[in-house]
Design a protein around this ligand. Sequence first.
Ligand code: ADP
Ligand code: MG
Length: 777
Amino acid sequence: SVVAERILMRRSMQMRSKQQDWQESAEGQKMQECRKSLPAYKERDALLSVISENQVVVVSGETGCGKTTQLPQYILESAIENTQGAACSIICTQPRRISAMAVAERVAAERGEKIGESVGYKVRLEGMRGRDTRLLFCTTGILLRRLLVDRNLKGVTHVIVDEIHERGMNEDFLLIVLKDLLPRRPELRLILMSATLNAELFSSYFGGAPMIHIPGFTYPVRSLFLENILEMTGYRLTPYNQIDNYGQDKMWKMQKQGLRKRKTQIASSVEDALMAANFKEYGHHTRESLSCWNPDSIGFNLIERVLCHICRNERPGAVLVFMTGWDDINSLKDQLQAHPLLGDPSRVLLLACHGSMASTEQKLIFDKPEDGVRKIVLATNMAETSITINDVVFVVDCGKAKETSYDALNNTPCLLPTWISKASVRQRKGRAGRVQPGECYHLYPRCVHDAFADYQLPELLRTPLQSLCLQIKSLQLGSISDFLSKALQPPELLSVQNAVEYLKIIGALDENENLTVLGRNLSMLPVEPKLGKMLILGAIFGCLDPVMTIVAGLSVRDPFLAPFDKKDLADSAKAQFSARDFSDHLALLRAYEGWKDAESHRSGYEYCWKNFLSAQTLKAIDSLKNQFSYLLKDIGLVDNMESCNTSSHDEHLIRAIVCAGLFPGVCSVVNKEKSISLKTMEDGGVLMYSNSVNAQEPKIPYPWLVFNEKVKVNSVFLRDSTGVSDSVVLLFGGNISRGGVDGHLKMLDGYLEFFMKPDLAATYLTLKKELDELVHK
Ligand code: ADP
Ligand code: MG
């Protein structure tokens, strides 16, 4: 150990002289100047001393004040200065992979290093770190995964949990685990960082931990609400009864196209309309704006107008547009690119910013464009706090974000664009005042803003808890409900029970809530349990390659595009991939394989263009598949890479595996004269999303559809479904090992009885007997 200590010392000395060299170099000095100008620098000494004297510290400060990039760096630098560099190990978690990567890159640059030297990152299935990495930025999920194999975080000196105000599920979960761990590791330091000022909540959760606030400076930002914007951008507010024939005609057409799904009262002003619609939907009833009115989304044309207005009339400065999701961003980007001004690259640099995009594209967002070119960044709410784009002067805020919520009573997740909270509005607005006074265009009236909630509900209270429960079990944290009751804000008991029951049905937990072998394997796979189950079965049945494609597709996002105005064309393009086999999952598989083939002939883009596919998504699927094969090899589920690539493409087998993964996501199909009636156990009648290949079929020759997801919008809609036969449901639905065949039958019985198919149970027994005989021969 004397030798080990000496080596450690030598390394620490090396680190110190390297750091000193950089700090004395001309470039290093320049960087130092820049860093010293951040508000966090004034608090450097105070932060370091409070952290060394307390096990838990809560740090808050305006976005951009230097929490994420500076604070972990201060700890590292001071350790290195005190020749403790080699012994120090800092982990800083980020809620999103893109921020973990971007921040690591930035901090490495500030230290005059390449990424992977003293600073590294690790995100799901990807990372850059080396032997000397002492500061690791990772996603919260990665740290949770590490806790799986290293319960006491051996060797780690500091854990920094960033962006805790977002109250993501993983962050809330991590806090319970860490709270439990702290007494076992008295020398471990925990630092919680948050942008907005609800620091007291976290401080009291950790028994009154000290709080430090970094005072920040932002320039004033002027708020413009819809009423001001309409006026500025040349909209004319017309009472409905004064809309001319042209306008009424257009409105009628939209109604016919189903754009107005709900009956909305037409009112004489924006405010009245909003009030009447209970804030759920809004429109501005002018002739011009009719075409941009889509109650569930936001008006693209309005955004286009606002952007034109800024480009034509406003001073230089980047524009940040907050959208609800990736689909919206892509469609808007397409629309803007066709615009004579906004689509002109010599005048406008149009960028999209999203969690799963490539890092080369990501860098452009931070760069300053050439003179005379205006940078416009379309982003989701991730740009609210975790990413700071310095030169933003104008913010366009659509007022909504896609939020998952969870209906525990019906056990149904919902994904809807919902109004954001006042805290989010403040954050979004604040992004405009970093370099000079700015402007924020809120695309909703002031009266709507006043009705926003103060804070968003924590994710733990609005999502299904299956993956989380699996993790609790694999971390050996005891009873699931006891553990979750220790959360900052504990979830409802019913949600917990639903999740546990689900895990029992799929065979991840046994009757006594103990992890099964399947459950243990599932907890090692960084995908939802149902997708993990497909991967495992794919490996067992030797059809891993197609199954990986389907799983990757389901966990990235749908590669089938559905442009607003060309929906029919897109739908029929998708239908071609279905080859009438009543499966969105097989259609996805075919589309991907067609693309791979086209890629090998260098015509991938053409293929995507023709078939309404997103090349970017297909590429993401491709790289995720690669990562899956490494992972499965690591875990030992496959022996070598070849077995991932050369595998069966038997459609019946794939269908069965999809069923095994998605069960109990199953609905019964009854073909009626003019329609198809679908029913699930929990919801009764359900509908199919219009972009499912099954939605276009007049009849479905399968008694069951298994589905990936059901979402409650107005009714319950099924997304991505595959038709399966009785025997597939019998043999692959649920968990045969749960109480043997009888137990399985008992479980299925409930379903079969509900769907009035008791005779199937008898078939099952016969089938079982035949199989038994076959085996014993
Ligand atoms: P906080 O975490 O408090 O919101 P950050 O530490 O993320 O603040 O950012 C501090 C400063 O560093 C900001 O002014 C930001 O613009 C700058 N910064 C962060 N990342 C980069 C980058 N990749 N390139 C240039 N500047 C950056
Ligand atoms: Mg930050």
